[in-house]
Design a protein around this ligand. Structure first.
Ligand code: LER
Ligand code: MN
Length: 273
């Protein structure tokens, strides 16, 4: 498994669980000096100017891109992949395709988290989930041109009422007309929604495409009460070889959160670092 740390370039997401903020060059320098293998970027959109310099920053600091978030489509523009208005839905699809292209040219997958949207109170879930299914099928196939998967992230109940658990995610993934969608398991959301984190990880098995590596209180790994030994044990058992990406609050500050994350990673993988 490889280490990664998040960088948000979206001022509207302030207060959110991203370790580094705003300054992509500085974040890359700090991630590299702490020994991270990769960064995960949350850009303001496919045309975020920082994405122009991203390839050269990665090369300069010998970092990989682990994944790229699409949540700014929701945070900045209120777009979702389940909006019943076809015009808004199409804008959401274009936004996500733009991020898939930006991430894909660097060999990384895009993430569908908050872009899944919510089912409006009192409305029928079936057509909403059908829209999500059609969107993910098309976007999964679209991502395949870059030889990367598309990542679907179950979110806790306070952020969506659609895909909350690994089981919800597995059912949706199994129903798609593509095999190119994998699950992003976020240990913070899992702590809220799963009966047993180890059992859910085992059930997700080979469908796990990415991990948000964070503690129960959304602080850096080791600042809460998650049993990382059992989490890593199951990830090894199911053959997971992807990123553990720190999507955590910058608490007490960015550098401390990043330093704590890499210390925990080294403790868990003494021979890989
Ligand atoms: C949001 O809570 C989250 O976990 C992100 O990774 C998805 O946008
Ligand atoms: Mn997450």
């Amino acid at each position: 498994m490889r280490s990664s740390v998040t960088v948000s370039l979206v001022p509207e997401a302030r207060g959110g669980p991203f370790v580094f903020w705003d300054q992509l060059g500085e974040a890359c320098a700090q991630a590299a000096s702490l020994g991270f293998d990769a960064i995960e970027v949350f850009p303001s959109g496919p045309d975020d100017p920082a994405l122009i310099i991203l390839p050269s920053l990665l090369a300069q600091h010998s970092l990989r891109l682990a994944a790229m978030g699409t949540g700014a489509g929701w945070v900045k523009h209120q777009l979702t992949l389940t909006n019943p208005d076809p015009e808004v839905f199409q804008r959401a699809m274009s936004f996500v395709k733009g991020i898939i292209d930006q991430a894909g040219r660097l060999g990384a997958p895009a993430i569908i988290g908050s872009m899944q949207g919510r089912n409006a109170p009192g409305s029928d879930r079936v057509p909403t989930l059908l829209r999500l299914k059609d969107a993910l099928t098309e976007l999964g196939d679209y991502a395949a041109q870059h030889q990367v998967p598309l990542l679907l992230e179950p979110l806790n109940r306070y952020e969506t009422n659609l895909i909350n658990t690994v089981d919800d995610g597995l059912n949706l993934v199994a129903s798609l007309g593509t095999t190119n969608v994998k699950l992003l398991v976020d240990l913070f959301h899992m702590n809220i929604e799963e009966t047993s984190i180890p059992l859910a990880l085992r059930a997700a098995g080979a469908t796990i495409g990415h991990v948000h590596f964070v503690d129960t209180n959304r602080r850096a790994a080791g600042f809460g009460h998650l049993d990382y030994g059992s989490v890593i044990g199951i990830l090894k058992e199911v053959g997971y070889k992807g990123y553990l990406s720190a999507e955590a609050l910058p608490w007490p500050d960015s550098i401390s959160a990043a330093t704590q994350t890499i210390a925990k990673f080294k403790e868990l993988f003494p021979r890989e670092t």
